[in-house]
Design a protein around this ligand. Structure first.
Ligand SMILES: Nc1ncnc2c1ncn2[C@@H]1O[C@H](COP(=O)(O)OP(=O)(O)O)[C@@H](O)[C@H]1O
Ligand SMILES: [Mg+2]
Length: 364
C-alpha cells in the first residue's frame, strides 16, 4: 500500500489495528482506488495469512448461481448439480473472504450472508444441515450503499452490520501527493519485468500527470504508465506523449497545471502567468457550457428517454432492461399492466423480470 498522503498514512495505521482481529470490514471508494490491495493487506497482516484469501466479485456472478457459488450445493439440488460442491465460504475456511461489489448481492442472498456474518452458519443450496465456517469477512463497494438502501436493493441491517469498521479510500485526485510515488513504482516494476531502461520524464509531464483528474484512479495510472513506457521506449517522455496517451480534449489540456513551465522566472511573473491561464480556462469552460446548454435535448417529463450518447453504445439487453424498469416503476411492478402495455405475454414478462432481478408488485 504505497502512498505518503495523510489518508494513506492513516489507512496503514488502521489496517495494522484491524488486521489482528476478526472484525468485519467494509471498504468503500471509487473503482481503482485500491480496495482489493487493502483487503489483501489486512489478510496478510492477520493470523489467517497462512490460510486462503478468496476474492469473490459479486457483480460478476449471475444471480441464479451466486448462492451455490458462495455456499456450495448438494448433489441433485437443481438440474446440473451432478455433484456436491464446495462454496467459496467453505473453501476460505480458516482464512479471509473478500466480497467485492457487495452492493450487487441479490436481496435474498443478503439474508443468508448476514447470518454467516453473525454466527458463521449457512446452509448449502438444497442442503438440510447447517454448516459452520470460521472466515473473516471483508466487503467492498464502489456504489453508495445508503442509496441502494433507499431504493430497496440493499438491506439496512446488513449495512449496519458491515460498516462497524468502514475504511474509505479517497480518489487519487484528492491525494495528489501519492501520484508521483505510484508512478515511479509502476515504472520501476514494469521496466524491471520487461528489461526496459527508463529514459526519464520531463518536469512538465510530471506536473501534468499530478494534476490530471484520474477518474479511473490508481488502476488507470498503472495502465497509463505501462502504455506510456511501451509507446515511448528509448526516449525521454515529454508532455505531448502524456496528453496523447491520456487523450484529453484541448480545453483540459490547458488547465493551469504546469507550474514548472514558469520555473526560473520571478514570483510575480509566475502569478501573472497562472492568472492569465486561469482566465483563459474560465472563458473556455463558459464557452463549452454554452455549447452544451444549446445542444441539450429536452427530457420528456415522466417519459422513457435514452440520450444519443447512451444510444451510441447501448446493448439490446441493456435497452430492454431499461425499458422494463421504466414500465416496472410506472405500473408499480404490476405484471398485467406492464404485459398489456408492452404487448407480450405475462409468462414472457415473468421470465424477463427474473432475468433482470425484478420482483412482482413493488416499484424499485
Ligand atoms: N496504494 C497502492 N499502492 C500500490 N498499488 C496500488 C495502490 N492502490 C492501488 N494499487 C494498484 O492499483 C490497481 C487497482 O487496485 P484495486 O485494489 O484492484 O482497486 P479497487 O479494488 O478499489 O478497484 C491494482 O493494480 C493495485 O495493485
Ligand atoms: Mg476491485
Amino acid at each position: 500500500m504505497l502512498g505518503v498522503s495523510i489518508p494513506i498514512v492513516e489507512l496503514r495505521q488502521i489496517i495494522k489495528q484491524v488486521a489482528p482481529t476478526d472484525v468485519t470490514v467494509l471498504i468503500t471508494g471509487e473503482s481503482g482506488v485500491g480496495k482489493e490491495v487493502v483487503a489483501n493487506e489486512i489478510h496478510r497482516l492477520s493470523r489467517r495469512s497462512v490460510k486462503p484469501f478468496i476474492t469473490v466479485n459479486c457483480g460478476a456472478i449471475p444471480e441464479g448461481i451466486i448462492e451455490s457459488e458462495l455456499f456450495g450445493h448438494v448433489k441433485g439440488s437443481f438440474t446440473g448439480a451432478v455433484d456436491t460442491r464446495k462454496g467459496y465460504f467453505e473453501a476460505a475456511n480458516g482464512g479471509t473472504i473478500f466480497l467485492d461489489e457487495i452492493g450487487e448481492l441479490p436481496l435474498q442472498t443478503q439474508v443468508k450472508f448476514l447470518r454467516v456474518i453473525e454466527n458463521g452458519e449457512y446452509m448449502k443450496v438444497g442442503g438440510t444441515k447447517t454448516e459452520k465456517v470460521d472466515v473473516r469477512i471483508i466487503a467492498a463497494s464502489n456504489k453508495n450503499l445508503e442509496q441502494l438502501i433507499e431504493s430497496n436493493s440493499f438491506r439496512e441491517d446488513l449495512y449496519y452490520r458491515l460498516r462497524s469498521i468502514n475504511i474509505h479510500i479517497p480518489p487519487l485526485r484528492e491525494r495528489k501527493e501519492d501520484i508521483e510515488i505510484l508512478f515511479d513504482y509502476f515504472v520501476k516494476l514494469f521496466c524491471e519485468r520487461n528489461g526496459i531502461k527508463f529514459k526519464g520524464i520531463s518536469d512538465g509531464s510530471m506536473d501534468y500527470i499530478i494534476n490530471y483528474s484520474w477518474p479511473g484512479n490508481v488502476r488507470q495510472l498503472r495502465n497509463f504508465t505501462e502504455s506510456l513506457i511501451t509507446l515511448n521506449i528509448d526516449k525521454k517522455i515529454e508532455i505531448n506523449d502524456v496528453t496523447k496517451q491520456l487523450n484529453v480534449p484541448r480545453s483540459e489540456n490547458s488547465l493551469p497545471a504546469y507550474i514548472s513551465v514558469y520555473k526560473g522566472q520571478d514570483e510575480k511573473q509566475l502569478l501573472f502567468g497562472a492568472l492569465f491561464e486561469l482566465k483563459k480556462d474560465i472563458m473556455d469552460i463558459k464557452h463549452q457550457l454554452a455549447v452544451i446548454e444549446e445542444n441539450k435535448q429536452p427530457v420528456p417529463e415522466n417519459g422513457f428517454y435514452v440520450s444519443d450518447e447512451r444510444l451510441d453504445n447501448i446493448t439490446f439487453d441493456d435497452f430492454e432492461k431499461e425499458l422494463l424498469i421504466y414500465y416496472y416503476n410506472k405500473y408499480n411492478g404490476n405484471i398485467n399492466k406492464i404485459a398489456h402495455q408492452l404487448k407480450i405475454s405475462n409468462r414472457t414478462l415473468y421470465r424477463k423480470f427474473k432475468l433482470y432481478g425484478l420482483k412482482n408488485g413493488k416499484a424499485l
